[in-house]
Design a protein around this ligand. Structure first.
Ligand code: HEC
Ligand code: HEC
Ligand code: HEC
Ligand code: HEC
Ligand code: HEC
Ligand code: HEC
Length: 340
């Protein structure tokens, strides 16, 4: 027995040597053939409808429409608006300007051909500009891009020049989820609803990605919480409330849980009216070009845009923080009105 094994080993060693010395070319070929085709078919299989389903969801995603990819040419924008900038950023490189940015796509978030799996490229907690950081698992990927590019503490000063570009650029959903980077008035005690961050497993992903909804239009790789049905399909809005029902059994048909969204919307309308009266925003809620605006007034505009047009969850991301930002801004403006 042991003799046979010895013989075999010698034979194997001889063959190895032969291969190394005599057939260098063939060895190169073997290296090139890796990975074996079977590993491709783990994902690219004719019976595999799994990826096809994900591709369908993906076609519904705003990421896939790529409209904002044209914003990805500038070095300071490419990190979030183009695939290559994002990958450079998370690899610790400085994102470079490019005239030909590519849209966000599968290989932005995943590297299946490098890793042979669908793990995300980002697996560590991300830090916002003001230093606030929370580990939200798979949601860390979203935080890289969906955060304010401005730290309210340094952006708002004693005297501010407003324009339509004023405010937290764009998608400060992570700031909201983390309950930070709003303009906080002195003397007002801000509370937050931390649970959508602390009780979810993967933050954003638990609500936006985990549950695939009607016709692939919401959830999954559509990343969408709502979708509008076409006229032919009868119109109306599709919601993905199964994402909420995990924790809120009594969620109902939409996201206006406990009337919070309606409350936020009416506070936004109230704040807008006050800001319009101050000449700081117009009827569309766009901030106007005004010079030398005080910190507390500019802060009210910041909060109005942050909770409203920028976050757009109508308070859901962090109900108590959103209410606090709006309430404190409203009471500040109301304290001025009689005197002016
Ligand atoms: C872990 C899963 C996975 C494995 C394994 C895998 N692929 Fe892919 N591949 C993908 C995904 C995801 C896409 C993106 C296309 C899509 O499904 O939308 C893709 C796309 C492609 C494309 C289309 C070109 C492109 O860039 O979009 C080619 C060609 C391809 N793969 C070849 C291969 C080959 C050859 C292998 C084996 C050596 C392989 N793949 C192994 C997941 C995988
Ligand atoms: C930290 C990431 C990040 C950086 C850097 C960034 N953006 Fe964005 N931008 C986003 C996100 C995320 C959205 C989508 C937000 C949403 O839908 O809520 C967006 C949306 C936009 C939009 C569409 C706004 C709208 O109302 O539809 C424009 C235009 C834009 N960005 C321009 C730029 C420009 C120009 C730069 C560079 C000067 C830039 N962005 C840098 C993350 C970023
Ligand atoms: C913006 C980032 C992003 C992009 C772009 C993206 N994915 Fe994903 N993908 C995710 C996240 C987040 C998850 C969920 C990970 C988790 O649950 O831990 C995921 C999970 C997956 C999974 C595993 C699902 C499962 O149930 O195990 C597959 C397969 C996948 N993605 C394929 C794709 C394909 C194909 C594309 C392109 C059509 C794509 N992804 C584009 C973020 C992305
Ligand atoms: C590479 C940066 C990047 C990453 C990573 C990213 N996003 Fe986005 N996201 C954007 C940009 C840019 C837009 C706006 C796209 C446009 O309008 O063309 C956007 C749009 C969206 C929208 C649509 C908003 C609308 O107006 O309909 C949702 C929802 C969204 N992202 C959720 C997520 C979630 C959830 C994740 C994590 C799984 C994620 N995003 C990861 C950059 C990113
Ligand atoms: C508790 C569930 C939940 C979590 C966690 C969550 N979202 Fe949302 N998000 C929502 C709901 C619900 C809406 C939309 C409400 C509506 O349209 O009525 C929304 C809206 C949005 C929008 C605007 C979409 C649009 O159509 O205008 C973006 C972008 C977004 N979320 C991104 C994120 C990102 C990024 C994270 C993580 C930092 C996140 N969300 C975490 C539930 C969640
Ligand atoms: C991981 C568990 C979890 C998920 C998922 C979740 N929530 Fe919550 N949410 C909570 C907890 C816990 C509270 C605080 C207790 C309460 O008010 O029920 C809360 C509070 C709220 C509040 C404030 C209620 C109030 O009375 O002030 C709203 C609004 C809300 N959630 C909406 C949603 C929506 C919409 C979704 C789905 C898109 C969702 N939540 C998904 C756990 C969750």
């Amino acid at each position: 027995m042991s003799l046979t094994r010895k013989h075999l080993m010698i034979l194997a060693a001889c063959m190895g040597l032969l291969a190394l010395t005599a057939c260098t070319r063939e060895i190169t070929t073997i290296v090139q053939e890796e990975p074996q085709p079977s590993s491709c078919f783990e994902c690219h299989d004719d019976q595999n409808t799994f990826l096809v389903g994900i591709e369908l969801q993906w076609t519904k995603s705003r990421h896939a429409s790529g409209e904002a990819v044209h914003e990805g040419t500038n070095a300071s924008c490419v990190r979030c608006h183009a695939s290559e900038g994002f990958i450079q950023y998370i690899n610790g490189e400085t994102p470079a300007a490019t005239q030909t940015p590519t849209v966000i796509h599968c290989f932005t978030c995943h590297a299946p051909h490098t890793n042979s799996d669908f793990n995300l490229r980002v697996d560590t907690a991300q830090t916002l500009l003001n230093g606030v950081s929370h580990d939200i698992g798979a949601g860390n990927t979203c935080v890289v891009c969906h955060q304010s590019r401005r730290d309210v503490a340094t952006y708002i000063t004693a005297s501010n020049n407003l324009s339509r570009y004023f405010g937290p650029h764009h998608g400060p959903q992570s700031d909201m989820l983390f309950g930070t980077n709003g303009y906080e008035y002195e003397g007002y005690v801000y509370e937050e609803t931390p649970y959508h961050r602390t009780l979810t497993q993967d933050g954003c992903v638990d609500c936006h990605v985990r549950y695939v909804g009607e016709g692939y239009m919401v959830g999954g790789h559509s990343f969408a919480m709502t979708a509008e049905l076409s006229e032919e399909s009868g119109g109306g809005t599709v919601y993905n409330t199964q994402a909420c029902a995990v924790c809120h059994e009594d969620i109902g048909d939409d996201y206006d849980y406990a009337g919070v969204q309606a409350d936020i919307d009416s506070k936004l309308a109230e704040l807008q009216a006050l800001l319009q009266a101050e000449g700081l925003v117009d009827a569309n809620g766009t901030s106007l070009s005004v010079q030398g605006v005080s910190a507390d007034l500019a802060g009210a505009v910041w909060n109005f845009k942050m909770v409203g047009s920028e976050d757009r969850s109508h308070g859901v991301h962090n109900p108590d923080y959103a209410v606090g930002l709006l309430e404190s801004s409203i009471s500040y403006l109301n304290s001025l009105t009689p005197a002016r």
